[in-house]
Design a protein around this ligand. Structure first.
Ligand SMILES: Cc1cc2nc3c(=O)[nH]c(=O)nc-3n(C[C@H](O)[C@H](O)[C@H](O)COP(=O)(O)OP(=O)(O)OC[C@H]3O[C@@H](n4cnc5c(N)ncnc54)[C@H](O)[C@@H]3O)c2cc1C
Length: 528
């Protein structure tokens, strides 16, 4: 028979199967000899108390031997031949677009993905050009290209959007395409930037094998509609500039939150869009050993020992400051700060980590909610006011950084004290950092709240507020500044039938998993 049980263990015991069997036997009053096999179903770290604990949910095989194939009941996509089936166009090969394509196949439709960027492999050269030469290709960068913004990321796979779809389906699909099964166990799973590209390539291969198509280096240039119905699209070859018109009455628009040209296109074509609040701030970077010592309650010189059984520590911080939320965003333990601009003349930061999270730095966005009050100077842009505000801050950061991809930065305590740093600590941001007054870079409403919040965070996490840490500007692409409204039931745009606004760029997701779930939903709606 099979039984499940929860146990709480020390980190050093969490991978010791014999110890776990003993604990499970005691917990369930079973004879140790009758437990033939145990499987860890869920794992989470509890670092709230003085000594760190690991919570495990175990599956016990009592007088039973598991069938290896059943240990992980993977749910691969239902592969079908769709070459000659009804076509669904999908713009954007990010998580939303890729999962929409896989779901379209399950539903018996042929997905055709249009992606402005390059394949994951070819994209690497453009990332190197940003990091080394400060050259930003506006079609291929950390946000644009196969796999979307999530490809060169930490690959954190947790979401609070459980109600929006099946998180398990998304996780199992990643595992089916090569992700480690541990992502099904960990409470806070992540894949890592070194592993994501291969998984994305495998997803592409699955789509093509079933008869789907992916057109890289092609940008959506125009959307044609009349009488509330989508008629077709125009796409432009990034390499030759040639325009092709395609007839279609179904388009899943999954272009992410950095595709400003798409928001402008919708606005120009009178396809309703709305300004929406988002969040803006800085990326902070500490030595990982400092964060480990704070989170795991040990001295910095004891971290090596403590970390033998524990991963690089993460944190999550939130405060209300003068009626606005200030919170940590996309924390990357053992990570690197990435230059995520999508056009020349702007600075945008985000972060990534390898699967082992073994870089010596811990970085995180720390952002303040911004809304229409902040967008007021741009109100003539109407629905694009938030986007213009966001772009202006990114351009200001570029000016202050020295008009390259060098990012404006300050030591953390100096930022809080409004003092320009005389020098800067080593920082993982590869294009380099320049010492400036970040209060000149950010709007006052944001900078002042950040100062106060860092003070509060320093009280919550003793040692966090230190000049060993650096703040780098700006963290501005936390979520979309524009919503593309759609009907709740059909998921079609409120004015254009057949147009399915999808994923993060449309305002229906925030992160890899929720974008993937929205892709699945939109494909179900479009194929129905
Ligand atoms: C460095 C970094 C690290 C991140 N880390 C994490 C993390 O650890 N966990 C997490 O959950 N989230 C993370 N995110 C956020 C996550 O990547 C996004 O939430 C997610 O990718 C959104 O998915 P999407 O498919 O909606 O859009 P995107 O991933 O943005 O994909 C949109 C795609 O559309 C394409 N496109 C845009 N315009 C056009 C056009 N005109 N024509 C054709 N194609 C177009 C783009 O090239 C892009 O490939 C990170 C983001 C970045 C940049």
């Amino acid at each position: 028979m099979i039984e499940e049980v929860n146990v709480v263990v020390k980190p050093s015991e969490s991978a010791d199967i014999e110890k776990l069997k003993l604990l499970a036997a005691a917990e369930t009053n079973r004879e140790l000899g009758n437990i033939n096999h145990i499987e860890i179903l869920k794992r989470s770290i509890d670092a709230r108390g003085r000594s760190v604990k690991i919570n495990l949910r175990l599956k016990l095989y009592i007088n039973e031997t598991p069938d290896e194939k059943q240990i992980w009941e993977l749910h691969p996509i239902q592969a079908r031949e769709v070459k000659n089936q009804k076509e669904i166009y999908i713009v954007g090969a990010g998580p939303a677009g890729l999962f929409a394509a896989l779901q379209a196949i399950e539903n018996g439709c042929k997905p055709i993905i249009i992606e402005r960027g390059k394949s994951v492999r070819d994209r690497r050269r453009d990332l190197a050009a940003i990091n080394k030469n400060h050259v930003v290709n506006s079609d291929s960068n950390y946000c644009f290209g196969e796999g979307g913004a999530g490809t060169y990321s930490d690959g954190k796979l947790y979401t609070r959007s459980g109600k929006r779809g099946s998180i398990n389906k998304v996780l199992h699909t990643f595992v089916h395409h090569g992700a480690d099964v541990q992502i099904l166990i960990d409470a806070h799973p992540h894949i890592g930037t070194n592993k994501l590209p291969k998984i994305i390539e495998n997803m592409r291969a699955a789509i093509i094998e079933c008869g789907g198509e992916i057109l890289f280096n092609h940008r959506l240039e125009d959307i044609h509609w009349s009488n509330h119905q989508l008629n077709g699209i125009s796409i432009c070859s990034v390499e030759t500039g040639s325009i092709t018109q395609l007839k279609t009455d179904k388009l899943i628009l999954a272009t992410g939150h950095s595709a400003r040209d798409i928001y402008r296109l919708l606005d120009k074509n009178k396809i309703t869009i709305e300004a929406k609040p988002f969040a803006l701030g800085l990326r902070v970077e500490h030595p990982q050993s400092l964060i480990d010592s704070i989170q795991y309650h040990c001295a910095v010189n004891e971290v090596m020992d403590t970390r033998r059984y524990l991963p690089a520590a993460s944190y999550s911080l939130v405060e209300q400051v003068n009626h606005r939320g200030v919170y940590s965003f996309c924390m990357c333990p053992g990570g690197i700060i990435a230059p995520c601009a999508t056009a020349p003349g702007e600075i945008v930061t985000n972060g990534w980590s390898p699967s082992k999270r073994n870089n010596p730095f811990a970085n995180s966005g720390i952002v303040v909610e911004v809304n229409e009050i902040d967008f007021k100077p741009y109100q003539n842009f109407h629905a694009l006011a938030g986007m213009q505000f966001q772009a202006a801050v990114e351009q200001n950061a570029w000016q202050h950084g020295g008009m390259t991809q060098t990012a404006p930065a300050q030591r953390l305590v100096d930022f809080v004290n409004k003092t320009i740093s005389s020098d800067l600590p080593t920082c993982s941001y590869q294009p380099g950092v320049a010492s400036v007054d970040l209060h000149q870079v950010l709007p006052v409403a944001v900078a002042d709240r950040l100062r106060l919040a860092f003070g509060m965070f320093g009280k919550k996490m003793k040692g966090y507020l230190t000049n060993e840490a650096i703040v780098v500007g700006v963290e501005s692409r936390t979520s979309t500044p524009v919503r593309i409204p759609r009907h709740n039931d059909t998921l079609c745009h409120i004015a254009v039938n057949g147009l399915y606004p999808c994923g993060e760029g449309a305002g229906y997701a925030g992160g890899i998993v929720s974008a993937a779930m929205d892709g699945i939903k939109c494909a179900n709606a479009a194929c129905g």
